[in-house]
Design a protein around this ligand. Structure first.
Ligand code: SF4
Length: 972
C-alpha cells in the first residue's frame, strides 16, 4: 500500500448532526502499517454532556471546560488531513458531524463498517470492537477518539489485506458492483486492481461471469474465483447398524458421575441429579418409544439432558435424532458448545476404555439444516449475473454475495449481514420450491449446490438440528427437506403451537399479488412488454427459422389477451384491497400501534359492504384464471423447441411453471379467505400503520389435531421440553394445546436454591392496569426500586407504548442519581443494551418482547427484575379471540395459563447460576387481589415472598440485595 490515509474518530454529545456537537477528535495518519502522525483534541461544546454520554465516553463536563471551541480546531484538522482518503468506522456520520460544525471535508472516505459487512459476512454484529477482535487487532480503550481511530486504522489495514488476496476477476466485479451501488469502496477495489496491474497484469480484462462459465464448461483450469465450484465428495448416509442395544441407565449414571468422562472434560462440571433424571426419562422414551413432556427448571443442564441419550441412541443404532429449537441462539449453543462437549467427554472416555458406549461418541456427526430459501441457489445466482444490475440495492447485494462466495462453505444467508432492502431481493437468488430440478442441474451433479450439500450432511448426521419452522413446514409440504427420522426432541416446546399455527396458515398482501401479476406480464415504457410471458415471446420469436416464425404467429394473440387479463386482474385486486382497508378503518378505528387487525367474523361478512369485496374479487379471479391458462399455453409452445435451438428452454419452462402454480395458489387462498368461510379457520385483515398496506390472513383454529396427525404419528419417540411447560404445577394446559393428552410427564425442578437467593415481591399500592393513577404509581414504583437496587435492573413491559412513556418520565430522575436508563428500540439493539449493562451495572434496561425470554445475564449485573404487568394476550388479537371462544371459561382456562407461561419465562431471566442472588418485583397487584393471581405465584419456584407498598418493597429489595449469597450450593 503506497497511499497515505487518515483514520478518524469523533466523540460527540449525541448521534444527530443537526443537534449534537463534537467533543473530541482523534486522527491517525498512516501508510500501510506505519503511523506517520497523530491528531488529538478535546472540543468544548455549547451544551452540557448527558449522563449517558459521560458513561459511554468517560468524559465529564469538567474535562471539556478548558478545551477550545470547534471553530478553533477545525482549520488544524483540515491541515492535518489534507487530501488523504479518510477511513473510519461509520466514517460518513463523523464527516456529517464535522460538516454540520462548519468543516466540510470532500476527501474520499472508506467506511470500515461497510468493508467488514462485505469482507467478513459471518459476523453477527459489526461494532468496531467485534470487527477488531475477529481480525486479531488488539483491543483499545473504547470510546475515546484517538484510540478508536488507531483501532480503525488497524482494522482497515487487515481488511485491505483481504481485498488484496482476492483474484482479479472478483476485484473487477466488486469494483463494478460497488460503482453501481455508489459506494466509495469502488475506488478501493479499482485502486488495488490498478496497483496490481502495474506489477503483474496476468488476469487483465477477465470478468467473473466469463471465468465461472469457462470453468463450468471445462475450458480452463480452476480459477481462484471458481474455487468454491470444486466438485465435492458426498458424505456417506447414516445407515442402521443393525444392533438394538438399549441405552442403559448405568451408562448414563457412570457418564455423569463424579469420576465420569464429563467430570474430566467439562470445566465447572457438577453432578446434577435433576439432569440425570431427565436423561433417564429421555433414554426411556427413545428405548420404548412414546411421547414425553419434560419441564426442566433453569440450571438443570437441559440440552445435555437430551443430547447425551439422543447421541448414544443415534450412534449405537445408526438412527438419527432430530432436535428442533425455536431460536437461533439455542441452535448455536447446541452446535458450538454442547455437541463439542459431548465429543470432548467421548475422547476422555476413549482414553480409559475405547469400547465404552460414551467413547463411540467421538465419531458423533451433527449438522444444522434450514429451510430451502436460506441457501443460495448457484443456478439462479449465475443466471442473475448474466442480466444487467438494475438498482443500487441489487448491486450492493451482488457485491456482498460475490465476496462471500470466496469463503462460504454453507451458502446459508445467515452468514451474510443484509439490509432489509437487500434481504427483500435475496429470494431471487435462493432456491424456490418448484423452481429447482436437481436432475438437470450441473451444480447438483457436482455436489456443489449448497442446499443439497446441507441435506447430504444431514443425511450423514446422527443429530440433525432444525428449527420449529422447518420441522413443521417440511411436514406440511410432503417432507422433502429433512432426512427420514423416527425420533424427535423438541426444545423450547412452548413455541410449538404458535409455529404450527403460522406454518399451517397463510396471508396475502396487495404488493404480493401485484408483484405476481407483474412477474407474469407487464408493459414498460423503455423495455416494451416484459414479465415471463413478454420475455418468452421475445425469446421464441428471436429463434431463427420456421419454428420461431410459427411461435410468433401462435403467441401474438395470446400476448395481447395476457396484457388485457393482467390489467383486469390488477385493477380488481387494487380495488379489492382498498375496500378491505376501509373495513379495517371502520372496524378498528381506535387501535394504536404498528398494525391494526380486524377479525373476519360472521358479522363482518354480513356487512353489506362485504359483498362489494366479493364482487371485486370475482373481477380479479376470472382474468387471473385466464393468465393461468395462457401460462400453460406458452409452456406448451416452449416444450416443442429442442434444447439445441433454445438453450434456455428448461429455465423458461421452470419459470412459467412456477408462476402458474403461484397464481393457482393465490386464487385458492383468496377464494378461501374471502368467499369460503370455514369454522376451522381464523381469518383477519391487517393494515400496516406506516405503509398503509392491507393484508388478509388465515390460520387454523386448532393445531392439536394437525400435530397429532402429521407429527406425532410419524415419530416413534418424541420428547418435548422447556423450562416453562407447566402452569400451576400441572402439564394440563400444554397437553391440551399440543394434543398430547396421553403423554408421559416429568417435572425436573431447578437445582438452584430460590428460597435463599430470590426475593419475590408484589407491590400492592399500584392501581390495577386501566385504573386511574396506574401509570403515575407505576413510574414512582420503578423509580424507587431501581434506586434501591442502584441499577443492575431490567424492567419488563408488555407494550412499547408503556415502555416509552415510563422511559421518558424516569430517565432524567434516574440519571441524576447516576443510574443509566436504556430503552429497547431507543438506545440500541437488545444485545447492545445487555453489553452496556454488563460494562456498567449501574444501569436499568427497559425491555419488551425479546427481553422476556432468551436474555441470559449471569451475576450481579442483573440483580433486580421488574415485571410491570401480567403478560396477558391482547383480547382483540384475532387468534386469541377466536380460540378463546372454544372455552367455557376462556379467561381462567386459556388466558391465564398462557400468561403464566410467559410470566415464568420473564421470571427466569433473574437467576441464571447457583451463585446469583436477586429480587423480582411484580407491579401488577392482580397477583394478590384476584383469585387467579395465586396461580402465577404457585407456578414459580419457592422464593422468599412478600407483599407491600412501594416503600416497604423498596426497602426490602435494598436489604435483600445487600446480603451476600451464602447458599450457593445447588439444592438437590
Ligand atoms: S440443485 Fe436446485 S437449488 Fe441447487 S443449484 Fe441447482 S437449481 Fe439451485
Amino acid at each position: 500500500m503506497t497511499q497515505v490515509f487518515v483514520a478518524l474518530d469523533l466523540e460527540a454529545t449525541g448521534m444527530d448532526p443537526s443537534r449534537d456537537e463534537v467533543i473530541e477528535i482523534g486522527a491517525v495518519k498512516f501508510r500501510g502499517g506505519k503511523i506517520i502522525d497523530y491528531f488529538q483534541t478535546m472540543v468544548r461544546p455549547r451544551s452540557v454532556l448527558s449522563f449517558g454520554i459521560q458513561t459511554l465516553t468517560g468524559l465529564t463536563n469538567k474535562d471539556l471546560n478548558e478545551a477550545p471551541r470547534f471553530a478553533a480546531v477545525a482549520p488544524k484538522l483540515r491541515d492535518f488531513v489534507k487530501q488523504a482518503p479518510i477511513v473510519g468506522q461509520s466514517v460518513g456520520m463523523d464527516l456529517e458531524m464535522l460538516a454540520a460544525g462548519g468543516l466540510g471535508l470532500p476527501n474520499r472516505q472508506y467506511d470500515t463498517f461497510e468493508m467488514a459487512t462485505m469482507l467478513l459476512p459471518e459476523l453477527r454484529t459489526y461494532d468496531l470492537g467485534t470487527i477488531a477482535a475477529t481480525l486479531g487487532v488488539p483491543p483499545s480503550h473504547k470510546h475515546r477518539a484517538v484510540a478508536d481511530a488507531e483501532t480503525a486504522m488497524h482494522v482497515f489495514n487487515r481488511l485491505y489485506d483481504r481485498i488484496e488476496a482476492l483474484d482479479d476477476a472478483t476485484l473487477d466485479r466488486l469494483a463494478e458492483l460497488t460503482r453501481i451501488s455508489q459506494s466509495s469502496l469502488t475506488h478501493l477495489f479499482s485502486a488495488v486492481v490498478r496497483e496490481r496491474r502495474g506489477e503483474v497484469d496476468s488476469y487483465g480484462g477477465n470478468s467473473i461471469g466469463a471465468a465461472l462459465l469457462a470453468k463450468l464448461g471445462g475450458e480452463r483450469e480452476a480459477t481462484p474465483e471458481a474455487a468454491f465450484l470444486v466438485t465435492r465428495a458426498r458424505p456417506a448416509r447414516l445407515e442402521p447398524t443393525g444392533v438394538e442395544p438399549e441405552i442403559s441407565p448405568g451408562t448414563l449414571r457412570a457418564a455423569m458421575g463424579a469420576e465420569g468422562p464429563f467430570a474430566n472434560a467439562l470445566i465447572g462440571f457438577e453432578e446434577r441429579p435433576q439432569q440425570l433424571d431427565m436423561m433417564l426419562a429421555v433414554a426411556n422414551n427413545l428405548n420404548r418409544g412414546g411421547r414425553t413432556l419434560i419441564e426442566a427448571g433453569t440450571g438443570t443442564g437441559k440440552s445435555l439432558g437430551y443430547l447425551l441419550p439422543a447421541a448414544l441412541h443415534a450412534v449405537e443404532h445408526g438412527d438419527p435424532v432430530v432436535v428442533s429449537t425455536a431460536t437461533i441462539a439455542l441452535q448455536d449453543q447446541l452446535i458450538k458448545k454442547d455437541i463439542p462437549a459431548l465429543r470432548a467427554a467421548a475422547a476422555d472416555a476413549a482414553r480409559l476404555d475405547p469400547s465404552s458406549p460414551i467413547a463411540k461418541l467421538e465419531n458423533l456427526q451433527a449438522s444444522v439444516l434450514k429451510g430451502r430459501s436460506n441457501y443460495l441457489c448457484l443456478r439462479r445466482w449465475f443466471l442473475a449475473q448474466r442480466e444487467a444490475v438494475s438498482s443500487e440495492t441489487q448491486a450492493q447485494l451482488y457485491a456482498k454475495v460475490t465476496a462471500w462466495l470466496q469463503t462460504t462453505e454453507t451458502g446459508d444467508r445467515a452468514e451474510l449481514r443484509l439490509s432489509q432492502d437487500e434481504g427483500s431481493l435475496w429470494g431471487r437468488l435462493a432456491e424456490e420450491e418448484g423452481a429447482c430440478v436437481p436432475a438437470q442441474c450441473v451444480f447438483h451433479r457436482r455436489n456443489q449446490c449448497f442446499l443439497f450439500r446441507a441435506r447430504a450432511e444431514a443425511e450423514a448426521s446422527h443429530i440433525v438440528v432444525v428449527n420449529h419452522s422447518l420441522l413443521l413446514s417440511d411436514l406440511l409440504r410432503n417432507g422433502s427437506v429433512l432426512p427420514s427420522y423416527r425420533h424427535l426432541v423438541v426444545d423450547e416446546a412452548q413455541h410449538l403451537e404458535a409455529e404450527a399455527t403460522t406454518q399451517a396458515g397463510f396471508s396475502v398482501s396487495r404488493p404480493q399479488a401485484v408483484d405476481l401479476l407483474k412477474r407474469i406480464i407487464r408493459d414498460e415504457a423503455q423495455l416494451g412488454t416484459v414479465g415471463a410471458l413478454g420475455m418468452t415471446f421475445r425469446t421464441l420469436t428471436s429463434v431463427s427459422g420456421n419454428q420461431g416464425r410459427a411461435a410468433a404467429a401462435d403467441l401474438q394473440m395470446h400476448l395481447q389477451a395476457a396484457r388485457n387479463a393482467s390489467a383486469d386482474a390488477l385493477s380488481g385486486i387494487e380495488r379489492m384491497f382498498v375496500t378491505l382497508g376501509e373495513f379495517v378503518e371502520r372496524y378498528d378505528s381506535l387501535a394504536t400501534g404498528y398494525e391494526r387487525r380486524v377479525r373476519v367474523t360472521g358479522a363482518l361478512r354480513s356487512d353489506p359492504a362485504w359483498s362489494q369485496v366479493e364482487i371485486e374479487w370475482d373481477g380479479a379471479a376470472q382474468p387471473l384464471g385466464t393468465l393461468v391458462e395462457l401460462l400453460r399455453q406458452f409452456s406448451d409452445v416452449v416444450e416443442t423447441f429442442d434444447d439445441e435451438v433454445l438453450p434456455t428452454r428448461l429455465e423458461i419452462l421452470t419459470e412459467l411453471e412456477t408462476l402458474e402454480s403461484d397464481s393457482v395458489e393465490l386464487r385458492r387462498r383468496l377464494f378461501q379467505l374471502l368467499s369460503q368461510a370455514s369454522d376451522d379457520m381464523i381469518c383477519w385483515l391487517s393494515r400496516h400503520q406506516t405503509t398503509g398496506e392491507t393484508s388478509v390472513h388465515a390460520v387454523p383454529l386448532h393445531v392439536a389435531d394437525l400435530l397429532r396427525d402429521e407429527l406425532y404419528r410419524r415419530c416413534e419417540s418424541i420428547t418435548l421440553t422447556s423450562a416453562t411447560l407447566t402452569t400451576d404445577r400441572t402439564f394440563d394446559y400444554i397437553k391440551d394445546r399440543l394434543g398430547l393428552e396421553d403423554a408421559d410427564e416429568l417435572n425436573v425442578p431447578s437445582p438452584f436454591d430460590y428460597a435463599a437467593s430470590t426475593l419475590l415481591a408484589v407491590m400492592d399500592d399500584v392501581p390495577e392496569p386501566g385504573q386511574p393513577g396506574h401509570q403515575k404509581a407505576l413510574q414512582r414504583a420503578v423509580l424507587e426500586i431501581c434506586r434501591a437496587s442502584e441499577g443492575r435492573a431490567m424492567v419488563l413491559f408488555t407494550s412499547h407504548n408503556a415502555l416509552q412513556t415510563t422511559y421518558r418520565a424516569l430517565k432524567a430522575d434516574l440519571e441524576r442519581d447516576g443510574i443509566l436508563v436504556l430503552g429497547q428500540r431507543i438506545d440500541g439493539s437488545p444485545r447492545q443494551l445487555v453489553e452496556r449493562l454488563l460494562a456498567n451495572p449501574k444501569t436499568v434496561i427497559f425491555g419488551t418482547n425479546s427481553f422476556w425470554e432468551g436474555v441470559d445475564i449471569v451475576g450481579e449485573a442483573l440483580s433486580l427484575l421488574v415485571i410491570t404487568r401480567l403478560p396477558f394476550s391482547v383480547p382483540s388479537d384475532p387468534v386469541f379471540a377466536a380460540r378463546s371462544e372454544l372455552f367455557e371459561e376462556p379467561f381462567i382456562d386459556y388466558a391465564v395459563p398462557q400468561a403464566i407461561l410467559r410470566f415464568k419465562q420473564g421470571f427466569g431471566r433473574l437467576i441464571r447460576s447457583a451463585d446469583d442472588r436477586g429480587a423480582c418485583v411484580v407491579l401488577d397487584r392482580r397477583v394478590v387481589s384476584r383469585r387467579y393471581g395465586e396461580s402465577f405465584v404457585a407456578s414459580l419456584p419457592d422464593c422468599r415472598f412478600i407483599v407491600g407498598n412501594a416503600d416497604e418493597v423498596s426497602s426490602s429489595v435494598r436489604d435483600w440485595l445487600a446480603v451476600q449469597n451464602v447458599t450457593s450450593a445447588p439444592r438437590h
